[in-house]
Design a protein around this ligand. Structure first.
Ligand code: FMN
Length: 213
């Protein structure tokens, strides 16, 4: 397999994009996964601005099952970290802000408002049970996590996403009452001036990931 290398500054297709190169760099090409952050607070307003933007991204039946558990309290952060894999613990303890992105299997309660075009949706999903709702919530919420990472970048923030944790442990610790299912833990902030990210690895090119029939 030959791997086509796109460096972060590759601009071969810029003429075909409807966003300018600065925005393309900010959202994707120059944006990095961050492990070490400046000791600089992340205002709630920036998180709200990011969500306000990305809530318009599509989800199945407009269910919007993504939920955000914002961890600011030191004691709550320590409880969260106790469920994370060893390699994710120190950087999560040190991050200025951590968000647990979760899926809400009770998304159907909002459907009279979010999907009035589907009569009886709430009742039907209620009857279908969690066996149907949990995987459905997870699929759309994971898609929303992707939007949210890009939205945080649009708000000038940087993100370290992690799935190295005991999801059942986090769910029992924090979501016993509301039934949310943890998906991805996101450290959020401003990158440290040194050692913020691992070296950039290459990416697969379009020809390597696509088939056309
Ligand atoms: C869904 C997901 C799960 C990840 N889980 C972890 C993790 O548990 N620990 C970790 O150190 N990095 C984790 N990462 C970070 C990835 O390794 C990183 O985003 C990827 O290598 C790209 O890095 P770059 O954005 O700097 O190019 C995860 C990223 C994603 C999107």
């Amino acid at each position: 397999m030959t791997t086509q290398t796109f460096t972060p500054t590759d601009a071969a297709f810029d003429d075909l994009l409807e966003i300018d190169a600065v925005t393309a760099d900010l959202l994707f090409r120059e944006a990095r996964t961050v492990n070490v952050f400046e000791d600089e607070a992340v205002p709630d307003e920036k998180i709200q601005a990011a969500y306000d933007l990305v809530r318009w991204g599509p989800t199945a039946m407009n269910t919007l099952p993504l939920r955000l558990f914002i961890v600011r309290d030191a004691e709550a952060r320590a409880r969260l970290v106790s469920h994370m894999s060893e390699g994710n613990q120190a950087k999560t303890l040190a991050a200025p802000l951590t968000i647990v992105a979760a899926a809400d299997p009770n998304f159907h309660e909002n459907l009279p408002v979010l999907a009035p075009h589907v009569p009886g949706a709430r009742e039907n999903f209620d009857a279908a049970g969690e066996g149907v709702r949990v995987p459905m919530a997870r699929t759309s919420a994971l898609i929303q996590v992707g939007y949210f990472i890009v939205g945080l970048r649009a708000a000038g923030l940087h993100v370290g996403p992690m799935t190295g944790f005991d999801a059942e442990g986090i769910d029992a610790e924090f979501f016993a009452e509301n039934g949310w299912k943890s998906l991805v833990v996101l450290n959020v902030g401003t990158p440290a001036s040194e050692g913020a990210s691992h070296p950039r690895q290459t990416r697969l090119g379009f020809d390597e990931v696509s088939l056309t029939v």
